[in-house]
Structure formats: C-alpha cells, structure tokens
Design a protein around this ligand. Structure first.
Ligand code: ADP
Ligand code: MG
Length: 223
C-alpha cells in the first residue's frame, strides 16, 4: 500500500509538470519538423542526416504525446459505452502491427456487457498501450487473447499474451516513469495507463511468469 501511495504521489507531481512542458514543446516541434521536411527535398546528399533528424523528432513527439495525456487539463468527455465496441476498434487499429509480428488477436466478449462511464479516447489509449506491450513481448509471434466479462458490479477485461513475461523484481517497477526494458521504449505507456484507469475508478492487475506470458486484468465499474 505504501508503495502504491508513493507511486500515485509521484504521478500527481510529474503529471502536472509534464503536461505543461509537453504543451509548450509541441508547437516549436511542429515547425522544426516542417522545415526539415522542406530542406530534405532540396538536398539529396544530406538526405540521410535529415532522415535521422526526422526519426529523432518522431521520438520526441511520441514522448510529448504520452506526457500530454498525463495532465488533468485534458477535457474529459465521459459517456456510457460498451467496452467491446472500443476493444474491437482498437483491435482493428493494431491489426497491421499484429500481423507484422506474427501475432493473432483473438477475442471473446460476453454479450450484453454492462455499459461503463468512460472517455472513449482515453480508454482506447489504455487498451492500445497494453496490447502494444503484449505484441512487443511476443518475439516469435503467437496468440493474444482478449476477454471481456461481466461481473456483479462492472466489467473485467483480460489481455493474455504468450510473451517473454516479467520477473517479480521488474513487476514491482511497472508504471514508474521512464521504466523500460526496450531499446526504443519510452517507459511511459503504463504510467499513462495507470493514471487514466485511476481517473475512471478502475483497477489494474498484472500477473506474469517469465518465459510463459503476461495477463493484464482491468476492472471498470458499471455506469
Ligand atoms: P515501453 O513499452 O515504452 O517500454 P511501458 O510503460 O509500456 O513502456 O512498459 C514498461 C515495461 O514493462 C516494458 O519495457 C516491459 O519491460 C514491461 N512490460 C509491459 N507489458 C509487458 C508484457 N505484456 N510482457 C512483457 N513485459 C511487459
Ligand atoms: Mg509500451
């Protein structure tokens, strides 16, 4: 409990700062990106440098985007939704990435799930973050199962992968800002997701076994 408290305090401070800074960084980034694009067209011999600059800018953009989600000032647009619709949308969105990684997304949704009160885009962001991690963890491909079931007071969603798994030491560090084991990772996806889930009065539970796989379980109360 103490660990959780420490994490959420850290989250609040980091969130406020991050959103402010991210917002300020965005406009200059867009203008730099535009000019690099123009310069690239004019110079064949330097194209390689500009390509690197573009991909590095892309990385900054990615981090800034994830940071923007952190701050509360984002207008939350709460509506009653069926999570299976949102999950289907997200699965379509990630289809190409899944195929490229030799991964099949297999879903079983119980019919007549209770509606939940949520911000559609933010909740989709959570599903995307979790599913991307699952896909990225499956080196040689396989199935990712997505279940949605009703419970007495809400909906439970499970994402079950057959990936690398997470060791117990690493499991306690998930959600810490910048904690990533990936070369190109930002270590912000889960932190952002925790924050969104919290703002929806939801719960997240991650179980994992090394070399077997990981199950991420979400709960959201019914509307
Ligand atoms: P990133 O994906 O940019 O590394 P995240 O916050 O999304 O940042 O995830 C943090 C870390 O948690 C990952 O680098 C990875 O080590 C671990 N992780 C998250 N989900 C999974 C999963 N499904 N299987 C294995 N490891 C995972
Ligand atoms: Mg991630």
């Amino acid at each position: 409990a103490e660990e959780l408290l420490r994490k959420s305090e850290k989250l609040a401070v980091v969130g406020e700062l991050a959103a402010g800074v991210a917002h300020e960084i965005r406009n200059p980034l867009t203008s730099i990106k535009g000019f690099i694009h123009l310069l690239k067209e004019e110079s064949d011999e330097r194209k390689h440098y500009f390509d690197i600059m573009e991909s590095e800018l892309e990385r900054i953009n990615l981090i800034v985007d994830e940071f923007l989600v952190l701050g509360k000032p984002q207008v939350m647009n709460f509506r009653q939704k069926d999570v299976s619709t949102l999950l289907k949308d997200v699965m379509t969105l990630l289809d190409t990435q899944a195929i490229l990684n030799n991964v099949s997304l297999v879903s079983t949704f119980e019919p007549d799930l209770p509606l939940i009160r949520c911000d559609e885009n933010q909740l989709k962001q959570v599903f995307i973050n979790i599913l991307k991690n699952a896909i990225e963890a499956m080196g040689t491909g396989g199935d990712i199962h997505i279940h949605a079931k009703k419970t007495e007071n809400g909906v439970v969603i499970q994402f079950v992968d057959q990936g690398t798994g997470i060791s117990p030491e690493r499991l306690t560090r998930l959600g810490e800002p910048f904690y990533s084991t990936k070369e190109k990772g930002t270590g912000l996806g889960l932190m952002v997701s925790f924050k969104i889930i919290e703002s929806h009065h939801g719960e997240i539970n991650i179980k994992s076994e090394l070399n077997k796989g990981t199950t991420v379980e979400l709960f959201f109360p019914k509307a």
